[in-house]
Write a protein that binds this ligand. Structure first.
Ligand code: SAH
Length: 273
């Protein structure tokens, strides 16, 4: 078993920086969630997506409005949880995609992040996060994410949980996520380079486990490392070769698995690359 490397982590742990004049506090998150519900301002309505074009290095208030609009659309598609809405309003997705794709960052589309991998579309991210937090009032405890990719979902998770461990098997993406997240100074997010199929025993047990890549079956390590009372959300390959979301809940009496809608995630692969 190859240990998850925790060496070579300059500037670690990361912590989150916010635009000047803003602090990320429970209060401001609640406030921004409220804004989304109650204030779809004229300004938001009139803001063209073009407003984000070419402004990758700090888009200020405009991007707040753009994200509010994204969250409004997600709400229209069924997103309900205020915690997920607040996180998705807060985290700037455009900072996680290549500059050439910045103008698509707030559209409901998956985007390439390099090395043949993709960042999921916001709708799928929202759906999975909502499934993850559903049975927990308040914050999740320790969370394990398999497939850091560009780090976007990891940043969202860091808002929803007290501690997040995110593993990536491709060095290039692990480094990219680290670079994307560094300016945000996310103190409760731990980026790890390694094979996520083995989970990360040192952080276990986890109150939630989420995978952004789908295999034929759920690795036993994930089930073992899930806490009693915890929830796992992952794509898995079904009998007919189609991938579907699965939710696993661990109770003192065993595991409950629920198969949900079809999804299209990149494959879960073993080893590192
Ligand atoms: N949540 C990510 C999505 C990344 S795509 C984001 O917000 O960008 C899924 C990622 O899972 C890919 O980067 C892929 O390399 C990674 N992956 C696949 N199998 C893995 C494994 N066994 N361990 C860790 N990461 C894995």
């Amino acid at each position: 078993m190859k240990p998850v490397s925790s060496t070579n982590r300059p500037g670690f742990p990361l912590s989150m920086s916010v635009p000047a004049g803003q602090q990320i506090t429970t209060k401001s998150i609640a406030a921004s969630a409220q804004n989304i519900r109650t204030a779809p301002s004229k300004q938001t309505e009139n803001l063209p997506y073009r407003a984000v074009q070419g402004i990758s290095a700090g888009m200020g208030l405009d991007s707040l409005a753009v994200r509010a609009r994204m969250v409004q659309k997600l709400t229209a598609q069924g997103l309900q949880d205020p915690r997920v809405k607040a996180a998705m309003s807060q985290i700037e997705r455009h900072r996680f995609v290549d500059s050439a794709l910045v103008n698509q960052a707030y559209e409901d589309t998956s985007l390439p992040i390099g090395l043949g991998q993709t960042i999921s579309k916001p709708n799928v991210v929202a759906r999975m996060l909502e499934l993850l937090v559903k049975s927990v009032p308040g914050k999740l405890g320790r969370v394990l994410e398999i497939g850091t990719g560009c780090g976007y979902q990891a940043a969202l998770l860091a808002q929803l949980a007290t501690e997040v461990y995110s593993i990536e098997r491709l060095r290039g993406l692990h480094d990219k996520a680290r670079a994307n997240l560094r300016p945000m100074r996310v103190a409760n997010l731990h980026l790890l380079f390694g094979d996520g199929m083995l989970g990360y025993a040192r952080g276990a047990p986890y109150s939630a486990i989420i995978a952004a890549a789908g295999g034929d079956a759920l690795p036993q390590a994930w089930l073992d490392q899930l806490a009693v009372g915890g929830t796992l959300v992952a794509p898995v390959q079904g009998a007919g070769g189609t991938q579907a979301l699965v939710v696993v809940e661990k109770t003192s009496r065993g595991l409950t698995k629920t198969l949900l809608e079809a999804v299209h995630f990149v494959p879960l692969k073993s080893g590192i690359g």
